[in-house]
Design a protein around this ligand. Structure first.
Ligand SMILES: [Zn+2]
Length: 590
């Protein structure tokens, strides 16, 4: 379908953000012209009133620049064949990077001010919109080195920050992907196709695909190992150079999350790994397999049960599922549906997938490619979760405090998915659909909690090995990974030797200590949902979470919402939830 054939009611109203392309040009010029004004504050931030004016102007210009950026991107995303918006988007990119360069003096100049000056500024009511940001600069101060050392480190960074890029080149260009025999003839394997073939019912095909992919990685394993070892060394070097205990401490410090969270997560998963083994047994039974291999982990144990709902009906279902969040939330969902927040249908040239995005001061937007699958209904609930999180945070705060951090970013979206799932599981009559939903829920745990924690644990092992002087070789890394995999999947699986190379194909490992956040995000969401369903009054606490934006550390924000990730409780709740779902599914497939 061409974009002009899509009904208006299914299109987002980007005019709410910027009324016309002409207005975009004006706003773009306004930002360009304000940049020198902002730069004129350089060297003056030791003066209280200059500092305040600078922060205010910076906020004002950033709001406008964000709007210029979002508008151009979203116009391009709705139809990438329109040359005009490709041009807009390129110019917006340039503008944002120019603004970044022009304001790069701010953080270091603020950081270099005397402690008592900064403390008195933070305590000043006029600085309230910026107090948390200033506190963060002060918190980071102890890891800022002398000017000379900082210059050296920033020069070094340019020489050492390309390991991820090297890996991407290997992974996307150099890797010699095999040709796999399928029913429809031979096909060249790609990363995208791998996932599809691994869910195929044809076991032989799964085995060929699995061995084919790992064979391709094995052929380049020495190069990949050298690349990853370099990346780990570089991580440890920068952490040590700044005076952190290790790279994990550096990463958690920057997330403003206590180290206990990482340890609790790994301990809780170890302590409850029997549930993962139970799941593998259940899968073996459901698939009717004598022996189970690593290539049998992704084939669905329940047929897809498609709801095939028209968009309007899907939306009604989402409203129904999110009913526990109260009347105000429901009204906002209706507003989102009826007031042009959402771009619903697929059209030629439209970006694939789904997202929620927007710019401060305008309602959030959601991009979908709705095609009536059951998964699409969950995607709708998920993206609306992001949108509402932004809506509440923007409403409660000025621009600087409104943006929430990555650590909490997937919580609201997962709360919505979980609420909808639990609603459906308890109400659907169709047995196959119920099985499908249970297995959807269980897979969320398996892929998000267990798999990501396994990765998180491997990263820690690799970084610790390097720190203690143990060489990172193909054998040492693969042996560790293999042991870890045995512990996670248990005795019900034949541990094919190929899986010991899995570490070699994970792009996230080049952004170290990131993946644990997926696990803590799902665990937090499951706890919030339980609290809401057990006690409707806790919806208020959840609204406070949605409204908190980036006004405090993400750990505190979650703690205030009733989820203390440094304590055992949230992990116990989540593991029990996983086990309950397993029990239910077990009954259904008897
Ligand atoms: Zn999301």
């Amino acid at each position: 379908m061409k974009r002009n054939e899509v009904l208006d009611k299914y299109k987002w109203k980007l005019e709410d953000m910027i009324p016309s392309d002409e207005a975009w040009e004006e706003l773009y010029n306004e930002v360009v012209n304000s940049i020198p004004k902002l730069k004129s504050f350089e060297g003056k931030l030791g003066d209280r009133s200059a500092l305040l004016s600078c922060l205010k102007l910076n906020e004002e210009i950033n709001i406008k620049a964000e709007r210029v950026f979002c508008y151009s991107r979203m116009r391009r995303d709705q139809d990438g064949s329109v040359q005009k918006y490709i041009g807009f988007s390129d110019r917006a990119n340039g503008l944002v990077s120019e603004l970044g360069t022009a304001t790069s003096f701010m953080e270091s100049e603020i950081s270099s001010q005397k402690e008592d000056y900064l403390a008195s500024v933070i305590a000043d009511k006029d600085f309230e919109p910026f107090d948390f940001m200033l506190k963060e600069i002060v918190r980071n101060k102890k890891y800022i080195l002398s000017d000379k050392e900082e210059r050296l480190l920033s020069m070094a960074t340019r020489a050492t920050d390309n390991y991820g890029e090297v890996f991407n080149t290997i992974n996307n260009v150099e890797l010699n992907m095999p040709t796999i025999e399928t029913e429809d003839g031979p096909v060249k394997l790609t990363h995208g196709l791998y996932g599809v073939l691994m869910s195929s019912k044809d076991r032989g095909l799964r085995e060929r695909t699995f061995k084919g992919l790992y064979g391709a990685f094995e052929a380049l394993i020495n190069t990949i190992c050298a690349t990853y070892a370099g990346s780990v060394k570089s991580d440890n070097f920068y952490a040590k150079a700044r005076g952190y205990e290790d790279c994990l401490s550096r990463s958690l410090f920057s997330d403003n999350v206590p180290k206990a969270v990482y340890d609790k997560l790994i301990d809780a998963v170890h302590g409850n790994i029997k549930y993962m083994h139970k799941y593998i047994e259940l899968r073996k039974k459901a698939l009717g397999l004598e022996d189970m291999h690593m290539y049998d982990i992704y084939v669905p144990i329940v047929e897809d049960a498609e709801l095939k709902l028209e968009y309007e009906k899907a939306f009604d279902l989402v409203i129904e599922g999110l009913h526990p969040l109260g009347e105000e939330y429901k009204n906002l969902l209706i507003e989102a549906r009826d007031s042009g927040w959402i771009d619903v249908m697929e059209n030629e040239g439209k970006r694939s997938g789904a997202y929620s995005w927007g710019s401060y001061g305008v309602h959030p937007y959601v991009l979908l490619n709705y095609s009536k699958t059951t998964h699409d209904v969950f995607t709708l609930a998920h993206e609306l979760g992001h949108a509402m999180h932004s809506y509440y945070s923007d409403r409660a705060h000025g621009y600087t405090k409104a943006g929430y951090q990555i650590f909490v970013a997937e919580v609201a979206s997962t709360v919505n998915e979980t609420l909808l799932l639990k609603h459906l599981i308890s109400t659907v009559k169709d047995r196959n659909l119920k099985k499908y939903l249970l297995s959807y829920y269980i897979d969320m745990f398996r892929t998000t909690v267990f798999r990501q924690t396994q990765f998180a644990e491997f990263e820690k092992i690799a970084h610790d090995m390097e720190l203690s002087g143990e060489p990172l070789t193909v054998n040492s890394l693969s042996d560790k990974y293999y042991e870890l995999n045995k512990m996670y999947y248990g005795d019900a699986v034949t541990h094919d030797k190929e899986i010991s190379y899995e570490w070699a194909r994970i792009p996230h490992f080049y952004t170290s200590f990131y993946v644990y956040k997926y696990a803590t995000g799902l665990i937090s969401a499951v706890n919030i949902v339980k609290n809401i369903l057990d006690d409707p009054k806790s919806v208020d606490r959840y609204k406070a979470f949605l409204s908190a934006g980036g006004s405090d550390s993400p750990y505190n924000i979650l703690k205030n919402a009733g989820v203390d990730l440094a304590s055992d409780h949230p992990y116990e709740v989540a593991m029990k939830e996983f086990n309950d779902a397993l029990e239910q599914l077990n009954k259904e497939i008897q």
